[in-house]
Design a protein around this ligand. Sequence first.
Ligand SMILES: [Zn+2]
Length: 284
Amino acid sequence: MIWAGEYDGMEERPLPSPGSPELDVLPTEAHKLLYAYLYERRADPPTMREIRAYLAKKLGEAPAQTDRRVRDLRDHFEVPAVRSGRDYRYTLTGWSKVKKDGSRKGLSSRVRAEVLAPKRCAQCGRTPLDHGVVLVVDHKVPRDWGGTDDIDNLQPLCEECNSGKKAFYATYDHYADEIAAAATHPEPHGRIGELLKAFHGDWVPSSLVGVVASMQQYQEDWQKRLRELRLLGWSIVSTRAKDSTTGRVNTWYRVERWEPWPEGSIRAEVARRDPSNKRNKRKD
Ligand SMILES: [Zn+2]
């Protein structure tokens, strides 16, 4: 397979059936067994608990070993964890769109050119011409956290800012599946709330909240959506500190208490509880 660098309109390579020689890219027979299991369950994707139970039964494997195999599989295949009710389900969706050198094969040269057009790092403002920096295309929300290749999720960063951001995000990689699942919530309140919960009481930079809030649909006023969570009984505290992902002093948020989501629309429930909502004011 030749990766030419221009992939617009390129046909998706179909998933190989279990037993196919194409699966020799996987390091061990145990990985192939895991692949076969996920392949058979594409219509009804398993939870991590089910995957662990399956490999424990077949191979007597410890859970941590199974978790590692799932990560290995992602070197070759897309296996996003998608939230379904209380669970995360692991769905085999296709070949990985990441090349061996870590770069994406999904971005066309046209998209890259458009992202890099400002010729300036989106964080520190340095330019190749004046400061000799090298600009790279950065995913605001990393791919592993559910970030897409949409132009809204891409920005030009100098290599230095990019590696600083990567190092910060790497410290939260163990929450990657929960963060990715948060981004799939259909309502902005849900994406923000689930993201704060995914950090398990750690501070979340506003730069990340803003991007995850906007992932299904752009949110101009995501701060308002975040404040509205308090109407649902949530306790969220904020502080000002340097954001190592942007280099600027920024607001950070932390959830201290949360409530289950309402049965129906969150937005409707927020409106019902909003004291400034005219419909909720009693007539004198
Ligand atoms: Zn920079």
